[in-house]
Design a protein around this ligand. Structure first.
Ligand code: FES
Length: 106
């Protein structure tokens, strides 16, 4: 049975709505998006041509790639605009003692 392993990512106090953060969790580059709807963790590399999504921007829940302007829903990782056709991987998050933790399947 697969289990979720929780990994420390960054302090919640560092997060602001509308901001993106790149963190390395268990050797994996993860994007943390902070929105009015909550905190979300996704793969940081665009599925189109591997741009770093943390260098893009958020408009509400729309996560826009810095390289070709494709977009994803930061809540689900699903593509919203071409040339992004494949979803970004998503990860559960939780807050423990003021720190954001990202869950990876162990
Ligand atoms: S690399 Fe992201 S849209 Fe092309």
């Amino acid at each position: 049975m697969n289990r979720t392993a929780w990994h420390d990512a960054l302090p919640v106090a560092a997060l602001r709505p509308g901001r993106l953060h790149a963190v390395t969790v268990a050797g994996q580059e993860i994007l943390v998006g902070c929105t009015a709807e909550g905190l979300f963790a996704l793969d940081n590399l665009c599925t189109h041509a591997e741009a770093r999504m943390s260098e893009g921007f958020l408009r509400g829940h729309r996560l826009v790639c810095p390289l070709h302007g494709g977009a994803y829903d930061v809540r689900t990782g699903q593509p919203l605009a071409a040339p992004c056709l494949l979803p970004l991987g998503t990860y559960p998050v939780r807050v423990v003692d003021g720190r954001l933790e990202v869950g990876l399947i162990g």
